[in-house]
Design a protein around this ligand. Structure first.
Ligand code: ZN
Length: 216
């Protein structure tokens, strides 16, 4: 990582991370947490464990917040107080879909781990709209995944989300083991919704199996 000039949010400078650096940071965070709790690290990480991982680094995690006052489509918010740990709020609306909840939780975790320094260095002033606090990051549904690189802050949090949910080492192992699942799928085996959610949007293997057969 290295400091570069920030041309998007108005900070004097900000950290640039390579993807591999973010992969290592967020894989290690999850693996260390799971090993400490269970003596081993297995993926997919459960939503409860993901929640506990985040709670270690925040002063407060409100998972059922009403964020509508901050604008349409705001599903997550991370606030950086002048002192103490960040506070995270997740919109109650994302609980309808567990994968969306997991993506939002891990995205905000990315902000928590990656962006606190910006607010510690200066009396921070992001451009903000009506009702919005200048020391908080507001995340829209469409920005949860690292779709584009224009907004480096959202890209970094989106990448962190993927790295936390799909650690590169474990996804590689999963792909090596995915032949059995693919074979089952080809034979028309029914895959339960529980299995789907285990392999689901953040697991990758289910998508791999589905791609062999077309969408179910
Ligand atoms: Zn965000």
């Amino acid at each position: 990582m290295r400091y570069v000039r920030d041309t998007v949010h108005g900070f004097r400078e900000r950290l640039h991370y390579e993807g591999g650096e973010l992969d290592a940071m967020f894989e290690n965070a999850g693996v260390d947490f799971l090993k400490e709790k269970y003596g081993k690290a297995e993926y997919p990480i459960s939503t409860d464990d993901l929640t506990m991982l985040i709670e270690k680094d925040v002063a407060d995690l409100d998972q059922y917040a009403d964020l509508s006052q901050y604008g349409e489509g705001v599903e997550g918010m991370t606030e950086f107080p002048r002192s103490g740990k960040p506070r995270v709020a997740i919109s109650h609306t994302v609980h309808r879909h567990e994968n969306r909840l997991r993506t939002t939780l891990s995205h905000e975790y990315g902000h928590v781990r990656l962006h606190a320094y910006l607010f510690a260095l200066v009396d921070r002033q992001l451009r903000f709209g009506q009702n919005r606090k200048p020391n908080a990051i507001y995340c829209l549904r469409d920005a949860m995944l690292p779709a584009g690189k224009r907004d480096w802050m959202e890209w970094q949090a989106g990448y962190a989300s993927g790295a936390a949910l799909m650690p590169k080492t474990h996804v590689t192992i999963s792909r090596a083991d995915s032949g059995a699942l693919r074979s089952l799928w080809r034979r028309g085996a029914r895959i339960s919704s529980r299995q789907k959610s285990n392999f689901g949007a953040d697991g990758g293997v289910y998508r791999l199996a589905r791609s062999c057969r077309g969408a179910p």
